[in-house]
Design a binder for this molecule. Structure first.
Ligand code: NAD
Ligand code: MG
Length: 387
């Protein structure tokens, strides 16, 4: 089997893990497109090392720089947001959507419209445009496969032919770096402390989301998009070791799970090679060494993001879009030391309270709602900073 593969967000944590898989078994892959936001050097060296056909940099003014870095290699070069979407139009067997944030929406949607297998890590796209993406997949016949470890685990044990017999989906959450911190301690936590995740090594935004548990909130909504169960059947349990990647509970009392070391290479490999299973360098579990698995309830007082996400999931329409946009803006402010840790969820809550939620059916309406929520969130944070 040789599969052609495009990686959107190739320089990120997920993208880099995917490139490690390619380097591990180069004979399996023909890399078509690699993209990055602004890191020309990382993009160029990745494109050279895997022999990609095209490298695309999202920041348009970096075109010349990328062109120079790839001169003489025969690798095509493009830049800008439109070039990213055009690159998603190139025929490949598998597209890995690993851009972070709603910025991934247009290229991911285009890949889904084209068809083939789309391995989705970019959860924000599913959260803010789930119905549009699913409708596009239905129309094109594209296969959406979840890369997020929890959803990948659920996918592996979910019986789609007997979805009615599923009583509950239980997402596991590591609890993040502040699992045992008091509310008072959390108030003064810095970006550096928030990004230092105890188990997973990930990009900055998702690391902060793991500290607030907004990541798990977004994942509840992601699960509601991907699996045919109602929002009331989606639960969360804290599991600090991150060995069990999630559970599906059936009405006969069976609880099925997928386990593995906390290494994204396993779910990425599953999605990229589906329906085959390929060998990966991920560490194998030594169960005697693991010895025990702990589970506990998430504290709704210290982690209000879970409550906000549940409300947004149940409301649907504009609510998940507002939640996601406000969170992206707030995390950006937090990473730049402009607001405190607890103000991330506070911003999301205020943004959700600021307008009545409504139905959002079209792509244009999603984009408008997202832009409005971002503007409002920045204004809310400016007021908080001035106060
Ligand atoms: P990251 O920050 O490490 O990498 C993000 C990638 O997106 C980079 O290649 C970057 O160049 C690109 N990018 C950023 N902004 C862009 C923009 N405006 N336009 C175009 N490209 C842009 O992020 P990550 O940790 O790899 O996460 C990627 C996605 O996968 C996120 O949606 C995240 O929630 C999801 N995810 C990540 C992990 C993980 O272990 N890192 C696990 C599960 C899900
Ligand atoms: Mg996850």
């Amino acid at each position: 089997m040789t599969r052609s593969l495009s990686i959107f967000g190739a320089t990120g944590s997920v993208g880099t893990s995917a490139l490690e898989l390619v380097a591990h078994q180069p004979e399996l892959w023909a890399v078509e497109v690699l993209t990055a936001n602004r890191n020309v050097d990382a993009l160029a060296s990745a494109a050279i090392s895997v022999g990609a056909s095209l490298a695309v940099i999202a920041e348009e003014h970096r075109y010349g720089e990328l062109k120079a870095a790839l001169a003489g290699t025969g690798i095509g070069v493009a830049a800008g947001a439109d070039a990213l979407v055009d690159a998603a139009d190139r025929e490949v067997d598998v597209t890995l959507a690993a851009i972070v944030g709603a910025a991934g929406l247009f290229p991911t949607l285009r890949a889904v419209e084209r068809g083939g297998i789309v391995a989705v890590a970019n959860k924000e796209t599913l959260v803010c445009a789930g119905p549009v993406i699913l409708a596009a997949a239905k129309a094109s016949g594209a296969t959406l496969l979840p890369v997020d470890s929890e959803h990948n685990a659920i996918f592996q044990v979910f019986d789609f032919e007997q979805a009615d017999s599923v009583e509950r989906i239980i997402l596991t959450a590591s609890g993040g770096p502040f699992r045992q911190k008091s509310l008072e301690e959390m108030r003064t936590m810095t970006a550096r402390e928030a990004v230092a995740h105890p188990v997973w090594s990930m990009g900055a935004k998702i690391s902060v989301d793991s500290a607030t548990l907004m990541n798990k909130g977004l994942e509840m909504i992601e699960a509601e998009r991907l699996f045919p169960v109602g929002p009331e059947k989606i639960d969360v349990v804290v599991h600090p070791q991150s060995i069990v990647h999630s559970f599906v509970e059936y009405r006969d009392g069976s609880l099925l799970a997928q386990l593995g070391s906390p290494d994204m290479k396993t779910p990425i490999a599953y999605a990229l090679a589906y329906p085959e299973r390929i060998e990966t360098p991920a560490r194998r579990l030594d169960l005697a060494e693991v010895a025990r698995l702990d589970f506990e309830e998430a504290d709704p007082v210290r982690f209000p993001a879970l409550r906000l996400a549940r409300e947004a999931m149940e409301a649907g329409g504009s609510a998940p879009i507002i939640l996601n946009a406000a969170n992206e803006e707030a995390v950006d402010f937090f990473l730049n030391d402009r607001i405190g840790f607890l103000e991330i969820a506070e911003t999301a809550e205020r943004a959700l309270d600021a307008e009545p939620w409504c139905a959002v059916d079209t792509l244009d309406a999603i984009v408008a709602c997202d832009a409005r929520a971002r503007r409002r969130s920045r204004n809310l944070m400016s007021e908080m900073i001035d106060a």
